[in-house]
Design a protein around this ligand. Structure first.
Ligand code: ZN
Length: 289
C-alpha cells in the first residue's frame, strides 16, 4: 500500500492511504534507507499485526523537495498569508519569503485575509503581486467570501500556509478542514504519556489528495543568495532580462535600466523594487565580513 505521511508523533506516523489513516511504525527504515520519515513523504506501508501499530513503513519514495522549517517534504506550493488590516501586512517579510521560495523552486501564492476590513488598499496590494506574476487571493472567514475560489486553488495539492500570527491562519484551517481539531485530539489521546502535546507538523486533509499544513511561526529570514541569485528571484525582473543598457545590470545605480524604467511606469510595484534594494544591500553588507 502507498500513502502520505500526515503526522509524526512520539515515534509513530499517521499515514493517509486513500482516505484511511493508519498508525504506523518505521522500524528498521533508517538503518535500511538512511532516511528519517518526514511529514509529506510518500511511503510504502505493509500491514502489521502488533498491539501498538496497524502498519509498518517499509520504504520512502524519493522526495521532490523539502522545507527545513517546518520540516515537510513534497510541497507543491506555499501560500503566504497576510491580513488586509489588523495587523497591517509586512511587505518586506512577505517579499523575503517569496524570494526564499523562488530560490528553492517552490511556487508561491499570496492570500489576504480580513477582506471585510478593506478600506480600499486591497486593490493596490493585489496589483503589486499580480504584476509580479503571483496568484493572489482574498478571503473573509466570517462571511465566507473568497473561500470557494481558494478551495479550488488548493485542490489536489499539498500547500503550506505561512504568515505572521494574528492573520487568521488557524481560523482558515478549521474552516477549510472542520476535522482538523478533532483529529488532533484523537491522536494525542492515542499516544498520551502524561505529557502536554506540543505543536507538531501536521498535514490536514482537505479532500482527495489535497493537504494543508499550517505553520506556527513566520520568523524573519536571511535570504541566502548572492546579488546575481537575488535578481533571478524577482520574476517581474526576469522578463526584462537583456533590456538594460549594461549586461549584468544590478538595477540599482546603473543608467538606462529597464527595471527602473518599469518601476517608473508602474509596471513593477515600487514596494517590490524597494524590497529588492534592501535585500541587495543586506547581501552586500554581509559580504564585507
Ligand atoms: Zn537594470
Amino acid at each position: 500500500m502507498r500513502g502520505k505521511i500526515i503526522k509524526g508523533i512520539a515515534g509513530f506516523y499517521l499515514v493517509d492511504c486513500d482516505g484511511e489513516v493508519l498508525t504506523c511504525k518505521a522500524r528498521g527504515l533508517f538503518r535500511k534507507q538512511g532516511e528519517k520519515p518526514l511529514v509529506g513523504d510518500l511511503a510504502e506501508v505493509e500491514a502489521a499485526q502488533t498491539s501498538e501499530s496497524e502498519a509498518n513503513i517499509v520504504a520512502l519514495l524519493p522526495r521532490r523537495n523539502r522545507l527545513i522549517r517546518p520540516a515537510v517534504s513534497n510541497v507543491d506550493r506555499v501560500l503566504l498569508v497576510m491580513a488586509v488590516r489588523t495587523p497591517d501586512p509586512q511587505f518586506y517579510l512577505l517579499d523575503q519569503y517569496l524570494v526564499t521560495m523562488e530560490l528553492q523552486g517552490i511556487p508561491a501564492a499570496i492570500l489576504f485575509t480580513k477582506e471585510d476590513l478593506d478600506g480600499g488598499e486591497l486593490a493596490d496590494y493585489r496589483r503589486r503581486y499580480e504584476t509580479a506574476g503571483y496568484p493572489v487571493f482574498s478571503v473573509c472567514a466570517e462571511n465566507g467570501s473568497g473561500i470557494e475560489e481558494l478551495r479550488g486553488f488548493l485542490a489536489g495539492k499539498t500547500t503550506v500556509l505561512a504568515g505572521p500570527s494574528g492573520v487568521g491562519k488557524s481560523t482558515l484551517t478549521n474552516l477549510l478542514c472542520p476535522e482538523a481539531k478533532m483529529e488532533t485530539g484523537e491522536l494525542s489521546r492515542k499516544n498520551a504519556r502524561g505529557k502536554q502535546t506540543t505543536r507538531h507538523t501536521e498535514l490536514f486533509c482537505l479532500g482527495e489528495n489535497s493537504y494543508l499544513l499550517d505553520t506556527p511561526g513566520f520568523t524573519a529570514l536571511e535570504v541566502k543568495t548572492d546579488e546575481a541569485g537575488l535578481k533571478q528571484a524577482f520574476p517581474e525582473f526576469r522578463s526584462l532580462e537583456g533590456q538594460c543598457r549594461f549586461t549584468g545590470c544590478n538595477h540599482r545605480a546603473e543608467p538606462n535600466c529597464a527595471v527602473k524604467a518599469a518601476v517608473e511606469r508602474g509596471d513593477i510595484a515600487e514596494s517590490r523594487y524597494e524590497s529588492y534594494r534592501k535585500m541587495a544591500e543586506e547581501i552586500a553588507e554581509r559580504r564585507k565580513y
